[in-house]
Design a protein around this ligand. Structure first.
Ligand code: GFB
Length: 321
């Protein structure tokens, strides 16, 4: 390895964000960076597989995206699994990174881990100021612990292990499985299944919940560019929120209507209010990011949804359905 060369190991490297990073680095190559993308079939991040992975690749930097993830309904039914699996995975990656002298680790949190009872907009200082929403306490506490561990590795060993806090992410290569997925891929999968044999006026598409909750959504390709910037330029242990502007917040109904438009759906949208809404809102401030990158351009939401729908229709048979 030549002087100054980075060996960057990306866990979760073949998922929604990992694939987006693979595409993004093609557009902003750095000669002294060697990228290694690890998928779930390469390691499940128990102690043994994690130790072997670090011994094999000897990374200098790690982008840690691998996690047990899921939408609202999957979280509600599996909170203990989300807690235990993510805690073990995260502890193995951070400890073996430290033992192998990894210079920097960027771990991935989420805006859904912030306190349920809070003031808005949420910012990075508020992560531990109260319990998370009950629907996803397992995932939330496991992710919050990463921030605590990062501070421990800094205090005890001077490590710059940090974390990013994306808002809801969507894009190509997402998980479209109807019961495990997040709202955007879940709606896309169910609407495509409804119309792929005929897109007619009599078709009725059901959106779960009231449609009233508010969310900020970042396109995976935009998040990938920001993660590469964090790798190269952001050197603080403190978490940084990577979200679209507060003004870009939309309701679940607006999301459903935008997806229906992208499919040119001719039928009717109805709401199943017997299904849970989850958190009403989790409006996050990207003021800290904007201080560093005031001119960063996010892909317009409608365009990003259309690009994802087009990708999904073309790759339906290959997609994680
Ligand atoms: O993306 P999502 O599942 O998770 O969005 P959260 C849930 C919202 O979309 C709720 C509505 O208001 C649902 O009622 N919704 C409507 C649907 N139709 C659907 C559908 O077909 N599928 C799904 N999944 N929702 C998650 C956290 O919260 O955010 C996770 O639970 C994670 O831990 C993720 O952090 C980013 O945004 O509510």
């Amino acid at each position: 390895m030549s002087e100054g060369e980075k060996i960057i190991l990306v866990t979760g490297g073949t998922g929604l964000v990992g694939k987006a990073i693979q595409n993004a680095i093609k557009l902003s190559k750095n000669e002294n960076e060697k990228w290694i993308f690890i998928g779930s079939k390469d390691a499940d991040f128990d102690k043994r597989s994690t130790e072997k992975l670090f011994e094999k690749h000897k990374p200098t930097h790690v982008i840690h995206l691998a996690a047990m993830v899921g939408g609202l309904f999957y979280n509600m039914g599996h909170n203990l699994d989300f807690l235990r699996k993510n805690i073990h995975m995260n502890d193995n990656v951070l400890q073996f990174a430290h033992e192998n002298g990894v210079v920097k680790v960027i771990s991935c949190l989420s805006t859904c881990i912030f306190p349920d009872k809070t003031t808005y907009p949420i910012d990075e200082s508020m992560i531990h100021n109260g319990p998370p929403h009950p629907s996803n306490y397992g995932y939330s506490y496991a992710k919050r612990l990463i921030d605590i561990q990062n501070k421990g590795y800094h205090e005890q060993y001077g490590r710059i292990y940090t974390s990013i806090v994306p808002c809801n992410v969507f894009g190509p290569n997402d998980n479209f499985h109807p019961s495990a997925s997040h709202v955007i891929p879940g709606l896309m999968r169910r609407l495509y299944d409804l119309i792929k044999d005929g897109n007619t006026e009599d078709k009725v598409f059901t959106i779960l919940g009231s449609g009233k909750p508010l969310r900020q959504f970042i396109y995976s390709l935009d998040l990938a560019k920001l993660i590469i910037w964090v790798l190269r330029e952001y050197n603080s242990v403190e978490p940084i929120i990577l979200s679209v502007d507060e003004s870009q917040e939309v309701t679940i109904s607006q999301v459903a209507e935008t997806i229906a438009q992208a499919f040119n759906f001719k039928g009717k949208l109805v709401y199943d209010t017997s299904a849970a809404d989850g958190q009403y809102k989790k409006t996050a401030s990207n003021a800290k990011l904007r201080k560093y990158l005031p001119d960063f351009q996010f892909t317009p939401f409608n365009q990003a949804i259309k690009d994802t729908v087009d990708w999904y229709i073309q790759n339906y048979d290959l997609a994680r359905n």
